[in-house]
Design a binder for this molecule. Structure first.
Ligand code: AGP
Length: 607
């Protein structure tokens, strides 16, 4: 996600802003900028790329002033570029923003109809226009102008506004994106994350959703969106800077596992059409009438997402889907051409094998849609359309939140295709959407079960091998569970379709072999149960992932981790979470380098 830093006080603001942004660099970004009040006017310097570019630019365009805002942008709406970089300035108003303005299209059209012109592709610029319009309409107080503007905005935001008309202050607000105020002596700070301001103060106010704060050097005044005064407590932060970067979690991977409910919410945001019970995917323009078949190409964890996507699309839209390992695709002279839709799934958008598969399919005349987390990366650029997951930067090499948000993107595609070709009724689509919207809460419930998984990690963490079994849509989750464990704990693990066990892997089972079985209630449950009796008969140790209320599984499994009930087609979003946690805690128990496991890279740009 993007980073925000703001300062108001007696000191020069630029060094404080740059230092703060540097502390947020670990989160990843693709452009940066600052805006500083200087003698009655705000001046903005922005650039694409790293902070070093911004610093270089600041040696040419020198900014001085003691009230300023800074931002590092991770592109979500609009390419990474200088024009899309924050702060966005409209009239005398400058804004930095994290999050997603859900109703940005309607607001943009409305503002354009009043003659306003936009200079970027971002949703953020809308906020600057709205605040500027309020001030131009005669609103005297900057806080009031921001509150009025935000009443029109739907979505998630943490934002800071600076206006030429009020040169002594910053106005900040937040809904569903983190924002913290730093309380200093004769100076105050704001940031999207603690590390950015921790070297200046440990006294912090954590803004709540719907709160608006006005910061001058001497005081902080907080209200709700209606302007009623609020007084959230000032808390003392005891974390050191490394703990603060990880938000108090021991590793980025653990932080990212827990971020999944938020990441999934962000990927869904603005993409559900409640009246027609459809997915709003304007950015990719899908027409099932022109699609003969779909081929999903991807590597590693993204390939597992693609395999789940096959089930989703075939079930909801009844369009045939093939899944191909991108690394194999072009070497087998694939039968692909006009009328085929190739979906390339890649977190980084840079995986060389996936990019090569995209080029191969394109050369043969297929239409390419990519699902990626990094905006404007190579794979989306080589595609005809891109659906971006809004997971935010993933730092741990082992993919977690990128995976679950890929599943959401695929679920939205399945929903949209099914609605467009009429294979999914309104009622069924409504039910699917209800289930989708409940996922973040259910995922949080699952992620909160750390204690039993820690116990399991200690109990089984010395095993030499693990077997992961699942059926149907949870077969790819068995593969993913095994991959996660291998990657970070270096324990040999295999993922298998439960039905395949008797055709080979059963020979491995004895009392030393932990067998993780994904057995949520739904199609295939009875079959999985009978596979379990085969494991039990050979004294394998069974760790089951099962649905809450399952009375049967406890009689056969040695350990049971429960997940809430949910539609089978979405169950992978819940069943994968305990597997991520299990791998994490086993790796932590073994003391491996969880975030940067040996021999692995976050982005594999070689074939
Ligand atoms: C996942 O934990 C791995 N690090 C790896 O399998 C990864 O998913 C694969 O390299 C594909 O990466 P991509 O999604 O960036 O294309």
């Amino acid at each position: 996600m993007c980073g925000i830093v703001g300062y108001v006080g007696p000191r020069e603001s630029v060094p404080i802003l740059i230092e703060g942004l540097r502390k947020l660099e670990y989160r990843g970004y693709d452009s940066a900028g600052v805006a500083v009040h200087e003698k009655g006017e705000t001046r903005v310097v922005r650039c694409q790329g790293k902070l070093a570019n911004l610093e270089k630019q600041l040696t040419v365009t020198k900014l001085t002033g003691s009230v300023g805002i800074g931002h590092t942008r991770w592109a979500t709406h609009g390419r990474p570029s200088e024009t899309n970089a924050h702060p966005h300035r409209v009239g005398g108003v400058s804004v930095v923003h994290n999050g997603i303005i859900e109703n940005h299209m309607i607001l943009r059209q409305r503002l354009m109809a009043t003659g306003r012109k936009f200079s970027s592709e971002t949703d953020t610029e809308i906020v600057a226009h709205l605040v500027d319009a309020e001030l131009k309409a005669g609103v005297k107080d900057l806080g009031d102008a921001v509150r009025n503007a935000l009443k029109q905005v739907e979505g998630a935001y943490a934002l800071v506004v600076l206006s030429d008309s009020h040169p002594d202050r910053l106005v900040c607000a937040k809904v569903a994106s983190p924002m913290v105020l730093g309380v200093g002596e004769g100076e105050n700070f704001v940031a999207s994350d603690i590390p950015a301001i921790l070297s200046h103060t440990r006294n912090m106010i954590f803004l709540e959703d719907g709160q608006v704060a006005e910061l001058t050097a001497q005081r902080i005044a907080i209200t709700d969106l209606a302007g009623r005064p609020m007084s959230p407590p000032v808390k003392s932060v005891v974390w050191n800077s490394t703990q603060a970067e990880k938000n108090g979690f021991k590793h980025f991977m653990l932080k990212e596992i827990h971020e999944q409910p938020r990441a999934v919410t962000d990927t869904l945001r603005g993409r559900i059409e409640l009246e027609q019970h459809d997915a709003l995917l304007d950015e990719v323009q899908l027409d099932p009438a022109t699609i003969k078949k779909i081929i999903i190409v991807a590597c590693g964890t993204s390939n597992h997402a693609g395999m789940v996507g096959k089930f989703m699309i075939e079930q909801l839209a009844r369009i045939p889907v093939e899944c191909d390992l991108a690394s194999e695709f072009r070497y087998r002279d694939p039968i692909v051409g006009p009328g085929d839709l190739v979906i390339a799934v890649s977190q980084s958008g840079e995986t060389a094998d996936t990019l090569a598969a995209v080029k191969e399919a394109k050369a043969k005349g297929a239409r390419i849609l990519s699902i990626a987390n990094v905006v404007d990366s190579s794979i989306p650029r080589a595609s005809d359309g891109a659906l971006y997951t809004h997971a935010g930067p993933e730092i741990g090499v082992a993919s977690t939140k990128a995976f679950t948000t890929q599943l959401i993107a695929l679920a939205l595609i399945a929903l949209h295709l099914g609605r467009k070709n009429g294979k999914l009724s309104k009622e069924a689509a409504k039910q699917f959407i209800d289930e989708l919207l409940q996922l973040p809460i259910k995922m949080k419930e699952v992620a909160d079960q750390a204690a039993p998984l820690q116990v399991l990690a200690r109990r089984y963490g010395n095993a030499r091998d693990f077997l992961f079994l699942g059926r149907g849509i949870n077969h790819p989750i068995a593969l993913e569970g095994a991959l996660k464990l291998k990657e970070i704990s270096y324990i040999h693990a295999e993922g298998y379709s439960a039905g395949e066990m008797k055709h080979g892997p059963i020979a491995l089972i004895d009392e030393h072999m932990p067998v993780v079985v994904i057995a949520p209630k739904g199609p295939g449950y009875e079959k999985v149960m009978s596979n379990l009796t085969e494991v039990k008969a050979r004294e394998g140790k069974i760790i089951a992932i099962a649905t809450r209320g399952d009375q049967e599984i406890g009689s056969i499994a040695d350990e049971v981790i429960l997940i809430p009930e949910c539609a089978s087609v979405l169950s992978p979003l819940l069943t994968v979470v305990p597997l991520q946690l299990l791998s994490y805690y086993v790796a932590d128990f073994k003391g491996t380098d969880v975030d940067q496991p040996r021999n692995l890279a976050k982005s594999v740009t070689v074939e």
